[in-house]
Write a protein that binds this ligand. Sequence first.
Ligand code: NAD
Length: 416
Amino acid sequence: MSFDKITVPSEGEKITVENGELRVPDNPILCFIEGDGIGPDIMTASKRIWDAAVEKAYNKSRKIAWMEVYSGEKAASVYDGNYMPEETFDALREYLIGIKGPLTTPIGGGFRSLNVTLRQVLDLYSCVRPVRWYKGVPSPLKRPDEVDVVIYRENTEDVYAGIEYEAGSPENERLARFLREDLGANFFEGAGIGIKPISEFGTKRHVRAAIKYAIQHDRKSVTLVHKGNIQKFTEGAFMKWGYEVAAAEFPDETISWDDVAANHGGKVPSGKILIQDVIADIIFQKMILRPSEFDVLATPNLNGDYLSDAVAAEVGGVGIAPGANIGDAVALFEATHGTAPKYSNLDKVNPGSLLFSGVMMLEHIGWQEAADLITSAYERTLDQKIVTYDFARQMDGAVEVRTSEFATAVIRNMDA
Ligand code: NAD
């Protein structure tokens, strides 16, 4: 495929899928979207770190061929005012893997969020957020080291489906009449109405992805988080379909809590991944009081949205939490914070969120050694109390550095 404004790097090769598995050459083409606001600062710093780690981990035998694709304000300047050019989708569909900085959602003009558009158009149905603590990161918990979970949030359904009718609109009145007269529903006059679709198809492909992740990464459990005690046919069905997909498709690898209690004296047999469920409100308590009981958490869309930010705050907050949006083939890794416009081009902010999203990306393509090199160098840098302003103000004796200087320190610490 040829592109209008995108330059395909001549020294790189395409990542492909063979028999459902990624085939990754030694010089894979990876897409990047620089991002708006602080995007250029954190992307430049993080790319230096990713490239250095790959070079060191594989003794120069592997190298990422970066391909810039455009979205947001940079796209608007390159494509004559178009914030989301079609060839960005084409490039991601063809090259499969990309990483993006934060994007401004232009206000007015009928714009939807660029992030939501990317997820929907590319059908990236699972939002994946690993949350763990790194030694030295300021945390409000007594034992932040006990937090090590991966939140799988469904990305396409639930109240985010956009089926919502404003009070007083003709659509709302028609729907309200139908609900009252045909279905016997009872609710106040003048209520805004939203619809919450949760399907068997959407739930099973998402929970399947969470279980596969748990298997590949030697995780102990997958917990289905839901509010099924109240919303029986949406959240409750999410739980039911989650257990079903585990039993039907992963009978050798997984075991349900009921089975453990009834047949194994309450002890999970070795080699099995426990499938359990927990009510959504309780998980917020437990993730503070007993976080070590959880591992992979599979959630519907809205619960996962709240939970990911709340759990991230336990171990350092938005400046460090990484994320990815993953579908059947395409995976887009991303900083989870916004564009923080007041810090644009000041070389000041924390690159941690984008940096660790890149670590997830390296793990996703099977380059674990490079990923591990970054994690250990990052921990060493924090141990030396070298941090950006956001952590510096929460730490005693911190050495506050710029974004670029932080990257230099991490790269230096790869040799330690
Ligand atoms: P924000 O995340 O940009 O900023 C909130 C605050 O968090 C900032 O003032 C800053 O103090 C802090 N912060 C954010 N990133 C940081 C970092 N890397 N290091 C240190 N501190 C950091 O959220 P906002 O102000 O609500 O949104 C600004 C813009 O970003 C909006 O246009 C919004 O639409 C967009 N946004 C984009 C994404 C995305 O692309 N995924 C996510 C959220 C918001």
